[in-house]
Design a protein around this ligand. Structure first.
Ligand SMILES: [Zn+2]
Length: 425
């Protein structure tokens, strides 16, 4: 039998060390390294260099970079005929610009997540509608819980770049950095790797398209000026919400008066930017429903059963997205195309298998990046944005701190063991 006096000092010392170790892990565990917000990410960081190594950009069309934010159209004679520039030549190539089925409205919101997105989500939940959200990577890092809520509520999320710069003004490498950092941010926040994207301002030409396709993206524009709500003009104080609403309702009327036989569906452009742009959505959506339009996400209207990219070889179907702690197995969580209960259960099984796969992939990445599970215990996120060249160094430091943290936790376990032993004396 050991002497209690002999073990008292090491015991308290050990507890103190364990306590300090656990405390430091709280600070370390919530650190994430992303490039600075709302700026084009540097292309000479080790991370972007690694991404660039994975793709071959050698065949990219050589076109002059445009200037401006967004660029204005030069005279037609000065635009390269092979540019296939959507904004200035109305050339969409194989970008998605419509929904294929008649009377289907592909509902999309750009530029979120923001502090008004939750209000829009509440409205869409009441309406039992799903939309596609084109997310800005910098915003996702600032509102990760809203991006997560979007997928958990069955919406479709996609990329709208990291910093919302016009892509025809950026180099091929900068486009890769914009897309990959956004992809990373969304995957960290939600566990999903996005497959669809929308170029900011609809600014896309054949060079930009080439790079996006090399990255595996499906490009979605919208169905021309008619279905651009132009809700951004409210922010610019060029129009009032009621003017915007009236114009868009007129667009719906014109659409419904077109020849039924040749009518395809359309894709609209809205923004979840301010209370005013949400007000527009809250008015025009019920109007569309009252006129028997079927409102869906873009992936749904395209009948795409795999709206996300595969992660580590695991594909993602259009099954419902269960909320944490629930499997989301009710029929209401799925679109109205699946009414057979046995099909719901098959879909649910696939969803559970998928969630397990993506969460393990996400957990692995989160661990490497330093978003440790302890971060969930804290009411805030301590984010470290380091400049370009320091990123790899920061990651290496984080990895070592993770090892220290693991050692500290094992220390806590051993400490409890000693406490239990002491108590028995
Ligand atoms: Zn935008």
């Amino acid at each position: 039998m050991a002497s209690p006096q002999a073990s008292t000092c090491p015991f308290f010392l050990r507890i103190l060390i364990y306590f300090l170790g656990a405390l430091s892990s709280f600070a370390i565990g919530v650190t994430t390294v992303y490039p600075p917000f709302n700026a084009v990410p540097p292309t000479n960081s080790s991370q972007v260099k690694a991404w660039l190594k994975e793709i071959d950009l050698s065949g990219a069309p050589i076109l002059k970079l445009n200037h401006g934010l967004p660029p204005t159209c030069p005279p037609a004679r000065r635009i390269d005929p092979k540019a296939c520039y959507w904004t200035c030549q109305s050339c969409a190539a194989d970008d998605v610009v419509i929904c294929p089925d008649r009377n289907v409205w592909g509902l999309t919101f750009d530029d979120g997540p923001t502090n008004v997105t939750s209000d829009l989500l509440d409205f869409l939940r009441q309406q039992k509608l799903k939309a596609t959200f084109f997310l800005i990577g910098s915003n996702v890092v600032q509102y990760p819980h809203i991006a997560k809520a979007e997928v958990e509520q069955g919406h479709h999320i996609a990329s709208h770049t990291w910093s919302h710069h016009a892509l025809t003004t950026l180099t091929n490498e900068e486009i890769v950095a914009e897309m990959k950092w956004t992809e990373r941010a969304i995957e960290d926040a939600t566990g999903y790797r996005v497959k669809y994207m929308r170029p900011p301002y609809g600014d896309i030409d054949s060079r930009v398209r080439f790079v996006l396709k090399k990255l595996g993206y499906v490009v979605v524009d919208w169905s021309g000026d008619t279905f651009d709500t132009q809700d951004w003009r409210i922010l610019a104080k060029q129009k009032t919400p009621s003017q915007i609403i009236a114009t868009f309702k007129q667009s719906i009327n014109t659409y419904l008066n077109n020849n039924v036989a040749h009518r395809k569906g359309f894709i609209s452009l809205d923004h979840d930017l301010t209370a005013h742009t949400i007000e527009v959505a809250k008015s025009v959506i019920p109007y569309g429903r009252a006129h028997n339009l079927t409102i869906q996400s873009v992936a749904k209207c395209l009948h795409d059963a795999m709206p996300y990219a595969a992660i580590n070889g695991v594909s993602v179907d259009d099954s419902p997205h269960p909320a944490p702690g629930s499997l989301g197995l009710n029929a209401g969580a799925r679109s109205n195309t699946c009414t057979n209960s046995s099909r719901n259960w098959v879909a649910a099984d696939k969803a559970v298998a998928h969630m397990a796969a993506v969460s393990s992939a996400s957990a692995l990445r989160s661990h490497v990046q330093g978003q440790h599970f302890l971060g969930a215990l804290l009411p805030w996120r301590w984010r470290l944005s380091v400049e370009d060249g320091d990123m790899q160094l920061a990651r290496n430091i984080l990895r070592w701190l993770m090892v220290l943290e693991a050692v500290a936790w094992w220390g806590v376990v051993l400490g409890m063991y000693f406490v239990a032993n002491m108590a028995s004396f």
